[in-house]
Design a protein around this ligand. Structure first.
Ligand SMILES: O=C(O)CCC(=O)C(=O)O
Ligand SMILES: [Fe+2]
Length: 167
C-alpha cells in the first residue's frame, strides 16, 4: 500500500503507488505520537507480509527509503513469530523476541537501521482476534493459519514532496 517497493531494484518510485487507508495512516500517527512525540508521521508505504507455517524472512536492513530516520512501525496479527534483532552489522549480537497478535513494534533511532529477521512462525496460544462468530471466513482463515505483518515506513524526507520521476 502507498509507495510500492520493487523487490528486484529495491527502489520506490513515484509511478507505482496507491493509497494507504486513512485508518492505517491515523493509527501510525497515533503510535508515533506516543513513542516519539511526533504527530507528523506519514505512513507512505506499508508492506504486507504473509507468513504461513514454515515461512521465514532472512536477515536484512530496510534502507531503500530516502527517509531513514523516521521509524518503521510494525503491526502483527494472527500467528506468533520469533523476531531477531541485531545491530548495524551481521557480526553484532542478536536478541530474540516473541511477537504475538496485536503487538506493535517501533524500530526507531538506533534500531531503525539494524539487521532483523523472522526465522520462525509459532502457533498462537490463543486467538485474541476471534469474536466467536465466523463473521468473515476469509479473514478468520488467514488469521488462524498465517501471521500477517503490516510494515509501515515514511518514505519521503521532511519537506520532500515526491520521489524523482524516472525519464
Ligand atoms: O514480519 C516482520 O515482523 C518483519 C517484516 C520486515 O522486516 C519487513 O517487511 O521489512
Ligand atoms: Fe524489515
Amino acid at each position: 500500500m502507498g509507495y510500492h517497493h520493487n523487490w528486484d531494484t529495491k527502489v520506490y518510485s513515484e509511478e507505482e503507488k496507491d493509497e494507504v487507508p486513512n485508518e492505517l495512516v491515523d493509527l501510525c500517527k497515533f503510535i508515533s505520537g506516543i513513542i516519539e512525540n511526533d504527530w507528523h508521521y506519514e505512513a507512505q508505504a506499508v508492506i504486507i507480509n504473509y507468513y504461513y507455517k514454515g515461512s521465514t524472512l532472512s536477515g536484512h536492513t530496510d534502507h531503500s527509503e530516502p527517509n531513514k530516520t523516521s521509524p518503521i512501525i510494525s503491526l502483527s496479527l494472527g500467528q506468533s513469530a520469533v523476531f531477531l534483532i541485531g545491530g548495524r552489522t551481521l557480526e553484532d549480537e542478536t536478541t530474540a523476541l516473541l511477537i504475538r497478535s496485536g503487538d506493535i513494534m517501533v524500530m526507531s533511532e538506533e534500531s531503525r537501521l539494524c539487521y532483523h529477521a523472522v526465522p520462525r512462525i509459532v502457533p498462537a496460544d490463543d486467538s485474541p482476534w476471534s469474536s466467536g462468530e465466523d463473521y468473515n471466513n476469509h479473514i478468520d482463515h488467514l488469521l488462524k493459519n498465517c501471521r500477517i505483518n503490516l510494515n509501515a515506513r515514511q518514505v519521503l524526507q521532511l519537506g520532500q514532496e515526491s520521489l524523482a520521476i524516472k525519464k
